[in-house]
Design a protein around this ligand. Structure first.
Ligand code: ADP
Ligand code: AMP
Length: 235
């Protein structure tokens, strides 16, 4: 199963991808996570991408396409993958098509996470990320059991640098100018499915259970995932 999660920053793509990667038995490939990993290194690539990520602008297409080409050549992507935060421009979408064509593969489904601007701002403002394992939380919607500490690994939780107010505004602008046109690009191909991502995470998850069931996706695990306390109703 080859999936793309499309939508604005803060729509909840990463949150769902982390759940579904286990159930579908395929890797979650987030270009944002990969770039943050690169930023930990002292390398030429790190120095090249840093100013773009810091300002909330898009990293040049050639760099992203090279990163994706390397990642999709790994054996763990053979039966499928969940792309999150990529593609973000028409050039990236076309580059991905060419790449997959060369591998005799194609995208099965693009999930568009439709989200209001108010929700995006509220979610990014409250997002907390574990500095050790990368697990996502939200101050109100999905708080950790112990303040500032990751439930999973005990790591320290902090706000992402680019989730600060000024950068968030820039990222939304960039999304509207450069990424939103991909909705029509994939709709025209007949592989776009829109989900209402304004709903809380458990509701979005349930919608995906129904959708994947209808599409006959092969689930590795049939257990119903309970996001439970980590939903917006507890805000
Ligand atoms: P994206 O990967 O699209 O940028 P995330 O999955 O990181 O978005 O979610 C952004 C923030 O919103 C996180 O703090 C996450 O805990 C929270 N969140 C994710 N999905 C939902 C949802 N459906 N309802 C409320 N909060 C959510
Ligand atoms: P994300 O974690 O998806 O919100 O991405 C964080 C930042 O990484 C973005 O604001 C961009 O600077 C950069 N980035 C992530 N994915 C891409 C991409 N596909 N194309 C260009 N830049 C990207």
């Amino acid at each position: 199963m080859k999936l793309i999660l499309l939508g604005p920053p803060g729509a909840g793509k990463g949150t769902q991808a982390e759940i579904w990667k286990e159930k579908l038995g395929i890797p979650h490939i987030s270009t944002g996570d990969m770039l943050r990993q690169v930023l930990q290194e002292d390398s030429l690539l790190s120095r090249k991408v840093k100013p773009f990520v810091e300002k909330g602008e898009l990293v040049p297409d050639e760099i992203i396409l090279e990163i994706i080409e390397n990642r999709l050549s790994s054996a763990d992507t053979k039966i499928g993958f969940i792309l999150d935060g990529f593609p973000r421009t028409l050039k990236q979408a076309q580059g991905l098509e060419d790449l997959l064509k060369g591998m005799n593969k194609q995208i099965d489904l693009v999930l568009y996470f439709a989200t209001s601007i108010e929700k995006i701002i509220e979610r990014l403002r409250g997002r907390l990320v574990c500095s050790q394992c990368g697990m996502n939380y939200h101050l109100k919607n999905m708080p950790p059991k112990k303040e500032g500490v990751c439930d999973k690994c005990g790591g320290r939780l902090s706000q992402r640098e680019d989730d600060r107010e000024e950068t968030v505004r820039k990222r939304i602008e960039v999304y509207l100018q450069q990424t939103a046109e991909l909705i029509e690009f994939y709709r025209a191909k007949g592989i776009l499915h829109t989900i209402d991502a304004n709903k809380d995470a458990q509701e979005v998850y349930k919608e995906l259970v129904l959708l994947f069931g209808k599409k006959g996706f092969n689930l590795k695990s049939n257990d119903f995932h309970k996001i439970g306390e980590r939903t917006e109703s507890h805000a």
